[in-house]
Structure formats: structure tokens, C-alpha cells
Design a binder for this molecule. Sequence first.
Ligand code: SAH
Length: 225
Amino acid sequence: METGPLEDTRFVGYRRKLIEDIRAHGIEDLELLQLFDRVPRHLFVPEGIWPRAYEDAPLPIGYSQTASQPSLQAYYLTLLRPRSDEKVLEIGTGSGYLTALLALTADRVYSVERVRELSQRARKALDLLSLRNVALLVGDGTIGWRKYAPFDVIVVSAASPSIPPALVDQLADGGRMLIPVGALDSQELVLVRKEGFIVTEEVVKGDCTFVPLLGRFAWKSEAGA
Ligand code: SAH
């Protein structure tokens, strides 16, 4: 990945600080922390909020959506551990920042976003970083992306009232999925694992607040943004 000409020295220090903030959340894996040094987050958020791009905080990205907090994304990566020969499905491309982090760890990333403009903006940022192992789709991610199933890892970045069955179907044997499940205002993060015919669910974190997953097998559009 060539970031040289894109690198803006103003941001290097902020990025190191962000990595310290992520470490403060108990994430010590060096390889994982280095990923955050390789993806310039400011390229994934609107220019108006560049001064805040390296805060360990959710950021507004327009269309009533938010980019998730980096330390939470680091936690996702810690739990899911995508390997370099694995296929990942992401539901809710949003800014594309997590998409980029996933693209640096997995073989291929398939990412679905319902807001066309966000998908297009994410594509531009991913192209700037020459991340070519990412396929983006505009559509309803609650039905997954059957054409490329099964997936070793599924990451859902928006909150659902329940686990969409198509996503469990599209999980490979040995696959893992993270999805926030619960009410519109508060959810638990659930880790789903598939081993043969056995599917297990484990709550790994409580008290999360994600934007709603809007679609056929989640909240209907009038429920949220
Ligand atoms: N990881 C992203 C999170 C973005 S917020 C980031 O850090 O930027 C979640 C995203 O899910 C929003 O962009 C929202 O538009 C999208 N979304 C909501 N429901 C969806 C659905 N059914 N299919 C695909 N994307 C959806």
C-alpha cells in the first residue's frame, strides 16, 4: 500500500495518539495496532471534520450515519481475527474505514451499504489507498451477499432487533460474526460462531449504541434514520 504522497504530516502525531488511546482500551496486539497506523482515517471522513478525524470517537459522516469509534473497531478485529486467506462480509460500509482495516488483514472484503453516496465516498478513499481486494455493493445487507458466500467472517456495524437468518446461512464452517442486537437505543454485541451444524451465540459486550440496521430482516426504514 502506497500512502506516501497522501501522507499529511499534520496527521502523523494525531494518529500515534489514537493508537495510544486504543492501547488504553487494553488492546496490546502490535500487529493490530500497526494497522491503525497504516490507514489515514481523515481520508474516510468529510473534510469539515478532519481536525477530529483521529479522536477515538464516533464521527458524523452525513446521511444521519456515524463512523464507529476506532477502539471499538479494534475490539471487533481482536475478536474476529480475519486471516490473510479469509473472506469477509461487512454490512454497513459507512465511511469505509473498517473496510480498509479489514482489507489489510483478509484476502477479500465484500461490503454492503444501503446509502449510495456513502458507498461511493468509501470507494474513493479505498482507491486512494490502492486497496484492490474490496468489492462494494449498494443494497440491503440484511440479506447478505449470496453470490460470494460463504464468508469466514461477517461484521455488522449497525444494530439489529435480531440476527438476520441469511447472515447465519452465509457464514462458513468455522466462521465468526459480530452483530449488535437489541433495542434501537441500546444493544449487546453478539459473537456468533458456526462449527459444522452447530451455531453458538455469545454476548461479548453490553451497552452499545449503534445506528439502526434498516432493511428487510431488521428495522423497517421508518424506525430510524
Ligand atoms: N463501520 C462503519 C459504520 C458505519 S455506521 C464506519 O465506521 O464508518 C453503519 C452503516 O450501516 C451506515 O452507513 C448505514 O447506512 C448502514 N446500514 C444500515 N442498514 C443497512 C443495511 N440494511 N444494509 C447495508 N448497510 C446498512
